[in-house]
Ligand binder design. Structure first.
Ligand code: GTP
Length: 194
């Protein structure tokens, strides 16, 4: 489990970008994680950065989370979402097939921009509290997409606080897969343009 924590000499700094279509619940996911609350109203995001210190598997992480504006197929990948980013959280809503289809597009754009073969990534199917009446994407489709892209996968509800901490736990795990043990600031698979 992730837990809020204080400072330490060996804190690892991790920068995480949250991307996906408009209105899929990116801000709600981040706010539930950082501030432990959910807002029903919709306020489109321009861009916000949040910080939270967490302890995961005995290691302290200073997480900087970039909540981005909603993407569409024509949105260019902002270099800010590629340079120095350690891990990605790609969010679709289980109530929107279009938002699911955007995940591969956004993923491929990041890969192309960074010139790498894969990225530390968690694919998130959000709004799972709406599954009984509004599901357009099966969990098995999300799992298959994640497998095809060597990513982790989880369904969440920011509203009911289901699997919200798990998203960030999985993201840190994906980042650490690409890092040497005990490295304070690994280059890992983050994208750095010289
Ligand atoms: N039922 C339900 N609604 C949610 C959930 N998460 C977000 N919403 C609602 O979906 C709408 C959009 O949520 P946001 O978090 O603003 O979405 P976003 O992806 O940040 O949107 P952009 O800023 O346009 O990119 C809001 O009305 C939220 O209340 C959820 O887990 N369950």
């Amino acid at each position: 489990m992730l837990a809020a924590n204080s400072t330490s000499a060996s804190v690892k700094r991790r920068k995480i970008a949250v991307l996906g279509s408009r209105s899929v619940g990116k801000s709600s996911l981040v706010k539930q994680f950082i501030e432990n609350h959910f807002v029903d109203a919709y306020y489109p995001t321009i861009e916000s950065t949040f910080a939270k210190s967490v302890k995961y598997k005995g290691v302290e992480y200073d997480c900087h989370i970039i909540d981005t504006a909603g993407q569409d197929e024509y949105s260019p990948i902002n270099s800010q979402y590629a340079i120095g980013i350690h891990g990605y959280i790609l969010v679709y809503s289980i109530t929107s097939r279009n938002s699911f289809d955007m995940i591969q597009i956004v993923h491929d754009k990041i890969i192309d921009f960074c010139g790498v073969s894969d990225i530390p990534c968690v694919i998130v199917g959000s709004k799972c509290d709406l599954a009984p009446t509004g599901r357009q994407v099966d969990a098995s489709d999300g799992e298959k997409l994640a497998q095809a892209n060597k990513a982790a996968f989880v369904e969440t509800s920011a509203k009911d606080n289901i699997n919200v901490g798990k998203v960030f736990e999985l993201c840190l795990a994906e980042i650490e897969k690409g890092s040497a043990p005990n490295q304070a600031e690994p280059a890992g698979k983050s994208c750095i343009i010289m």
